[in-house]
Design a protein. Sequence first.
Length: 240
Amino acid sequence: MGNLMMKDYHTCGLDKTENLGSGKCLDGAPVCDYGRAMSRILNNIYHDGRINRYNEQIAHKETSQNYMDPITKAMEEAKESLENKGGGLIIVGSRNSVKIEAVRVNFPGYRVLGFEADSGIRSQPIGREETLKGSLNRLNHCKNSVANAVVYVGIENGLIEHTDGWYDAPIITLAYGEKEPIIITGCEIKVSYKGEGDMERYMKEVGLANNRVTEYFTHDKVTRFDIIRQAVKVAKNTRV
């Protein structure tokens, strides 16, 4: 048997063989909590020489019934560590992996699930009022459909007008149980939309960019994940 290959492990059930610390799942989203725990533990195993001992043990056909190889042991330790953190259920009103992961990284130790919630608005909301309505609708749909979650989150991106043009921004609505939601508008990214009558051209432009609006208009220096993650962090830690 050849040398052991190192992997990143993910709660989504996917894994990929490459260097540890890649920070990305196969779908492009940042590595999940379990993946981080696995990477950290496996990295420690590698550096303290246990990988070499593991390969030697395999070469000598270790047969003890009580023997647990370092990789299996590391996986069990990671699972146990995450399970012992406690926490509870968090529901995000979207199946979008970027939105779900942006919430997950802000609530380590919690079970974060995406829910197909209806925004009740246009697919491309225009103005803060419509965007906020979509976010609240997603939040309330989750609350009315899934009981006993500790946190509910609605996330909606929309086009918001300022004196110098139009901006794309997410509006986060976050509620602890049955409490009133906290409303946070994320960082706004200036876009090429010119207002009424320009939607067809604008949608064609962002469509050619694979709908990566934030990345496209920031020359790939900022991601939508970055902006939503920070907005969720603010909502989570708001005192009032």
